[in-house]
Design a protein around this ligand. Structure first.
Ligand SMILES: Nc1ncnc2c1ncn2[C@@H]1O[C@H](COP(=O)(O)OP(=O)(O)OP(=O)(O)O)[C@@H](O)[C@H]1O
Ligand SMILES: O=P(O)(O)OC[C@H]1O[C@H](OP(=O)(O)OP(=O)(O)O)[C@H](O)[C@@H]1O
Ligand SMILES: [Mg+2]
Length: 392
């Protein structure tokens, strides 16, 4: 027999073994008596808060321990020269040598969000879908970087391409189908049991019921378990392979990797804001530089001005703000002369070959190309935004 008790404040349980002593924090407790003679076992369906009196002094970031985001998160940090050092792959704690006061904890994406809310993590990298689903509108969660440019997908409603859905192509048409009644609602299988009902309510769908499922949702309609699904889509292959289709107006959310933090920790916990500043600066500078190349070339010319005019006549060669031009000094007949000017420009990948051709056409030689690591601007726009969100 199990009885559930909802607790809304921290409960001290002095009778539990110590140390550690625990408090049950906004959790529901299930008391189960194993046998009539045994004492009830407390099962907390929530976060347990350590009550050993010690306040955590080291900041913590949560990174996905498995799944699609795990590898790319580490790659992104590595590209920012923030390589995560892990003693072995099964160890869940790690560190980043450049960020001394920061522990890295590998956790499942949804647990990262839960632990941010409970105060057990301060920062995290996960998909926006996970933050929105498991954050459930929490005012403590703050998006620090909302476009990490990996893990792109969208959360979308999908229905069968066949049968009664053959001519249904929009959320309005789905809502207007006469099939859905109070007794026989539209059944949607999803792992997004917060966002799903919120979305259908906003769209005015009346008779809908959600069933929760964890994986391979695309099988549910063909198995007769559901009429449609609400799941993540990126290439669309899984939907197509299971005879499902997306519908107009059925996208709940566009998602990609984000850096998220706990407002409380950012404001109160020593070191969190400093680590965040460095991570954010590196992320912004790195993401700005992705796909950009530095091109260096020597140009024969009579003056810096004349070379500049030649280069600025070509739109692809004007760089970020304009070309950097410096004289190349050499010695001729015992004299220092300038026959060449070195130019440095920044060029995006897709314009690279054309830019090199244009440079050559206007007498550029010795063209050197290297991939850019960082572009640091005067300030970090997201840092200023974060400070204002924190009320600084
Ligand atoms: N098809 C996809 N393409 C791109 N990104 C995706 C795709 N599916 C999921 N993601 C992103 O990767 C994140 C993690 O997904 P993954 O399937 O690895 O873990 P999960 O199923 O959320 O976790 P768990 O298996 O522990 O329940 C998602 O929250 C989403 O942001
Ligand atoms: O549009 P596509 O590129 O086909 O990707 C979509 C699939 O990717 C995700 O599943 P995942 O592979 O993570 O497996 P899971 O069901 O175990 O989460 C998602 O749940 C879809 O099933
Ligand atoms: Mg998955």
């Amino acid at each position: 027999m199990a009885a559930t008790l909802e607790l809304h404040s921290v409960l001290r349980l002095p009778s539990l073994p110590s140390p550690p002593r625990w408090a049950i924090h906004r959790a529901s407790i299930v008391c189960r008596a194993v046998s009539a003679a045994s004492p009830p076992i407390l099962v907390a369906d929530g976060e347990l808060e350590a009550l050993d009196g010690r306040e955590r002094t080291v900041a913590r970031i949560g990174l996905p321990s498995k799944g699609r985001m795990a590898e790319e998160t580490l790659e992104l940090l590595k590209a920012c020269q923030l390589t995560v050092k892990q003693a072995n792959p099964r160890q869940y704690v790690a560190y980043i040598p450049q960020l001394e006061n920061l522990e890295v904890w590998f956790q499942r994406p949804k647990d990262i969000v839960r632990k941010l809310k409970s105060g057990d993590l301060d920062l995290g990298i996960v998909g926006l879908d996970t933050v929105t689903e498991h954050g459930q509108g929490s005012e403590d969660l703050v998006l620090i970087h909302d476009e990490l440019d990996f893990g792109h997908c969208h959360l979308s409603i999908a229905i069968p391409q066949y049968g009664i859905f053959e001519n249904v192509n929009s959320i309005e048409e789905l809502a207007q189908m006469p099939h859905w009644t109070e007794e026989r609602p539209l059944r949607i299988a999803t792992g997004f049991s917060y966002l799903g009902p919120k979305f259908t309510a906003e769209k005015g769908l009346k008779h809908v019921i959600f069933s929760s499922a964890d994986g391979a949702l695309e099988a549910a309609p063909a198995m007769g378990i559901a009429d449609g699904i609400l799941d993540l889509v990126s290439s669309g292959t899984t939907l197509r392979e299971n005879d499902l289709k997306e519908i107009e107006g059925g996208v709940v959310l566009e998602s990609q990797g984000v850096l998220v933090g706990s407002k409380k920790a950012l404001i109160q916990r020593e070191g969190v804001l400093e680590s965040t500043h460095e991570i954010l600066e590196r992320l912004e500078a790195h993401l700005r530089a992705v796909g950009q190349f530095t091109v260096v070339a020597n140009m024969r010319g009579s003056s810096e001005q004349e070379v500049a005019e030649r280069i600025l006549g070509h739109a692809e060669l004007s760089g970020l703000q304009g070309p950097t031009i410096s004289p190349v000094y050499c010695e001729r007949d015992g004299k220092v002369v300038v026959d060449y000017y070195a130019i440095v420009i920044c060029v995006p990948r897709k314009a690279l070959y054309k830019s090199v051709q244009e440079l050559r056409a206007i007498s550029g030689s010795g063209v050197l190309v290297s991939e850019l690591t960082y572009i640091f601007e005067e300030d970090t726009p997201r840092w200023c935004k974060l400070l204002s969100k924190l009320g600084f």
